[in-house]
Write a protein that binds this ligand. Structure first.
Ligand SMILES: C[S@@+](CC[C@H](N)C(=O)[O-])C[C@H]1O[C@@H](n2cnc3c(N)ncnc32)[C@H](O)[C@@H]1O
Length: 462
């Protein structure tokens, strides 16, 4: 039976009515709070600009609102570890799961700087700043490239990178070596021809990897020396200014490197007081592409990159079905998730509609149907498994965006909230970010379509 837009609209209205009163605009949630922007001036958080991160102030805001002062926090999509570090600063233990090696590295190094005697680290960083060993180094180590990152740096920069890596290898202490490599990872984008831009890594016209007539000019490409000196200075300043090692409050950060589809299963039932996270959005954004430079320098090859992409939560058209899911979850969880997923009417109608559009060849990419389907199924598994590890009364807080495909708005917020109710999670609030761009009817007039909601969901474990 074919399905038309009016049916989806009707189901959608029913779902909106169900969550009436729960879904509310929260004027406190400025866009800068929910994006990385507010971290740009903050000690520790500003070292590596993880553009998909949220701000530490958002985590502070949530902890304060929910009156959480101790216990344990879990973030299954830890990224650069914002939730984990803020939790620690507020006297809360934290566990983070992250799949991407660049996220793992950011967390690991920051932890080391906090937990080790920062005196020794400071001394070494200062010596590096004065001696600049990469300048006098004779040997430039070859750097690891992937097909999509070849030629990413100007020639002179590439030589300095090689010399910098050779110099770090001469440091005896492995923690110091790791920190020095991290300093360099923090400047990669500014010294390269590339810019992280949504789904892609964009290339500046000077790289010779043209984008034809849409040639892109990223503006100033920093010299290696200037960028690394600035970053060393910034990190030194932050360690000195904030005395970071006092802030830890004797609290722990534990990490699980790998997919949360696996990692969550290892955690004890009813052991966490809060979950705060932001999963990848269902927006085709490919982290393995935009972070390819960093991943290559951390040792990724074509094969491991492909595997990483497939292991990530499905959010790109390249993601294939994950075929081991049924065996890897308990029968009970898998059955309950399938029931909640298949019973979510708006989602099922949207999937049917997208399938129709795919057959008519009106979808931008035929892989969109599989991506949307798997996005919701995998996230449902994660929601059910997360509910298991939360204590009674604990909150599950998720930041996510709605998306639009084939002209239909997919209410990710309402669909996931509806599914969460099947996992013994009570939907308390869906905070919507104020758009600041006028009301939706003005939007409709201007753009012919509604603005997509950006939300923070608060679910409470029953
Ligand atoms: C929106 S970002 C989280 C950013 C984080 N809140 C922060 O402030 O840095 C989503 C993260 O989920 C990670 N990710 C994607 N699939 C994953 C999976 N299956 N298991 C664990 N992490 C995953 C991505 O690598 C990315 O770092």
């Amino acid at each position: 039976m074919s399905i038309d837009l009016s049916i989806i609209e009707k189901d959608n209205n029913t779902l909106e009515k169900k969550f009436k009163g729960i879904i509310q605009i929260n004027p406190d949630l400025k866009r800068s709070l929910v994006s990385f922007q507010a971290n740009k001036a903050l000690a520790g958080y500003r070292w590596y600009k993880f553009k998909e991160g949220y701000s530490s102030s958002l985590v502070e805001y949530v902890l304060k609102k929910l009156n959480i002062k101790n216990g344990a926090l879990i973030d299954p999509f830890a990224g650069s570890g914002t939730s984990l570090f803020v939790a620690n600063e507020n006297g809360i233990n934290a566990v983070g799961i992250e799949l991407l090696p660049i996220g793992q590295k950011i967390i690991e190094v920051r932890k080391k700087i906090i937990q080790n005697s920062s005196k020794k680290i400071l001394e070494t960083l200062k010596i590096w700043l004065i001696n600049k060993p990469w300048i006098s180094e004779k040997k430039a180590q070859d750097i690891n490239y992937l097909n999509i990152t070849r030629g990413a740096f100007p020639k002179d920069t590439e030589i300095f990178i090689g010399k910098y890596i050779t110099s770090t290898n001469k440091e005896k202490n492995p923690d110091i070596r790791e920190i020095l490599i991290f300093v360099f990872l923090c400047i990669l984008e500014e010294i390269s021809f590339t810019r992280k831009d949504g789904q892609y890594l964009r290339w500046d016209y000077r790289s010779g990897r043209g984008e034809g007539k849409n040639a892109f000019n990223k503006g100033i490409i920093k010299k290696f020396d200037e960028a690394i000196v600035n970053k060393l200075n910034q990190i030194i300043e932050d360690i000195e200014k904030t005395n970071i090692d006092i802030k830890i409050n004797n609290k722990k950060i534990d990490t699980i490197n790998g997919s949360c589809l696996e990692g969550l299963k290892k955690l004890k039932t009813k052991s966490f007081d809060i979950l705060m996270t932001s999963p990848p959005y269902c927006n085709r954004y490919d982290y393995t592409r935009t972070y390819a430079l960093e991943l290559a320098l951390l040792g990724a090859n074509e094969e491991s990159l492909k595997k990483m992409r497939q292991d990530m939560m499905s959010c790109t058209v390249e993601n294939k079905d994950k075929n081991n899911l049924e065996e890897s979850f308990s029968k009970n969880v898998y059955r309950n998730v399938s029931k909640a997923f298949n019973g979510q009417k708006v989602l099922q109608d949207i999937l049917k509609y997208l399938e129709q559009e795919k057959i008519k060849k009106t979808l931008n990419n035929p892989g969109i149907v599989r991506m949307v389907k798997n996005y919701f199924f995998e996230l449902s598994l994660i929601i059910f498994e997360s509910a298991r590890i939360l204590k009674k009364g604990a909150y599950f807080v998720m930041v996510n965006d709605n998306v639009r495909y084939a002209g239909i708005n997919i209410p990710v917020d309402l669909i996931l909230s509806d599914i969460a109710q099947n996992a013994k999670l009570k939907v308390e609030k869906i905070w919507v970010l104020p758009t600041g761009k006028g009301n939706s009817s003005q939007q409709m007039g201007k753009h012919g379509r509604q603005e997509l909601r950006k939300c923070v969901y608060l679910w409470k474990k029953l």
